[in-house]
Design a protein around this ligand. Structure first.
Ligand code: LLP
Length: 418
């Protein structure tokens, strides 16, 4: 449940009129509801109250430091996948002992940074990485805390770009080899085995694949125990889906119930890395209609584009289009498109929508996850502002970029001058 509703015909975020915020901030911008963020976090967290667990919010979904701080203040850890995300998490005040780090391509400097900061564990994704980490830890004179991220070969029935726990995906270590590699890791003097991790995919709408993955991980943990390798943490990753359109994903309670049933006898602390389910429906993208073009095909041209929100273009994802001012009457079938010079630049395709006019404000719903985080400056479009509403007040949590920001760091070498 989220706190974006029409009141007196105008979309509000909590008690703030989105129209008024748009007048102050300009368009486009991302808008997040603090109350929704907190509610989603607490719902997820309390669903697991009977299971020892740590909730490590997945920074990749929305890595604004104010969003990170919101969850850190609620006691959460952070799941990171790069030195940059680690920097953000630490800057936002995360306790390093609650940070986990996954990723198939961790560079040496990133590994060293994570070890220096004493994070909870590195989720190792290849045999070579295991040895690289051991080598770096040896030069630092420490033991590196690790888990192996296993690939349990489970089809999560989601978009192929975000299915990660199947054999043909680049992620993790084949679960059938894991025992051997744990045995090898145990012999490496600068590694400290702490856990087993897995993440099978994103936007999952059934509990079955999660339970299946846990079953396989559980078998592995028991085999490891029999070999004298104790596992403190079982990290089940993220992946719980949300409703963008007509999906009916399990709610966090149902998801938790299924996991708890399968996992309750494992004497481990569970780690969850939810991203989308916490922030997805807590954010919208606000944009303004520039022009409409009616003909054989109708277009509504808005000032946000695929560089601001790439999900529709990249995955064919559905994001609901809502008029900020309730519009009664005429509707039309149209594409909502941005100003970018590509035909793939659309926010909605062949969609029934109100008959918009230039100047109208539009909300693209469910844009809190993988929205701003995946935005770029393609076509030299400065990245947009981000705003956080709490109760009746709004706070700018990221300034809109300027033209100067676009060329920051660029140089014209002397041979091109004069
Ligand atoms: N943990 C790991 C290791 C991950 O790779 C991911 C997401 C998560 C946790 C969080 O998953 P979530 O709870 O948000 O499903 N850009 C795509 C989604 C990519 C997901 C990548 N990994 C989209 O917009 O749909």
């Amino acid at each position: 449940m989220h706190f974006f509703q029409h009141k007196d015909g105008v979309l509000h975020c909590e008690e703030c009129s989105v129209e008024e915020i748009a007048h102050e901030v300009g368009t486009p911008f991302y808008l997040y509801s603090y109350r929704t963020l907190v509610r989603h976090y607490q719902t997820f967290d309390s669903a697991f109250k009977t299971l020892p667990h740590l909730l490590c919010y997945s920074a990749k979904a929305n890595s604004n430091v104010a969003v990170l701080r919101t969850f850190i203040n609620l006691g959460g850890g952070v799941d990171v996948v790069s030195g940059g995300e680690l920097f953000r998490a630490l800057h936002a005040g995360a306790d390093p002992a609650t940070i986990v780090y996954s990723g198939v391509g961790k560079r040496e400097d990133e590994i060293r940074y994570a070890l220096q900061e004493r994070i909870l564990m590195l989720n190792v994704e290849s045999y070579q990485e295991l040895h690289v980490i051991n080598g770096i830890a040896s030069t630092m004179g420490i033991q590196a805390p690790i888990s192996l991220r296993v690939n349990p070969d489970i089809d999560p029935q989601t978009h192929p770009y975000i299915a990660t726990g199947i054999k043909k995906a680049k992620f993790g270590i084949d679960i059938d080899w894991a025992l051997k590699w744990y045995q090898e890791a145990k012999e490496l003097p600068h590694l400290k085995i702490r856990g087993v991790s897995c993440h099978i995919g994103s936007q999952l709408t059934e509990t079955g694949p999660f339970v299946e993955a846990l079953k396989r991980v559980k078998e592995l943990v028991l085999k490891l125990k029999a070999e004298g390798i104790e596992i403190e943490y079982v990290d089940l990753g993220g992946g719980l889906g949300i409703t963008y359109h007509q999906e009916e994903p399990p709610d966090p309670q149902e998801y938790a119930h299924a996991i708890i049933e399968e996992g309750k006898n494992l004497p481990c602390t569970f780690i969850f890395e939810p991203g989308r389910v916490i922030v997805g429906n807590a954010g919208i993208l606000v944009t303004r209609v520039l022009y409409t073009k009616e003909g054989e095909k109708n277009f509504v041209v808005v000032d946000a584009a695929m560089n601001d929100l790439v999900r529709p273009t990249l995955y064919g994802a559905y994001q609901e289009i809502v008029s900020i001012k309730e519009k009664k009457g005429d509707e039309m079938v149209a594409d909502m498109v941005g100003p970018i010079c590509e035909s793939g630049d659309f926010l909605a395709r062949d969609r029934v929508m109100p008959r918009f006019e230039p100047g109208d404000l539009v909300a693209v719903m469910s844009a809190g996850a993988y929205g701003f985080a995946m935005s770029s400056t393609y076509n030299s479009r400065p990245r947009v502002a981000e705003v956080l509403v709490k109760d009746g007040a709004f706070h700018l949590i990221r300034e809109r970029e300027s033209y100067n920001d676009l060329i920051r760091g660029e140089r014209i070498p002397s041979f091109l001058e004069g």
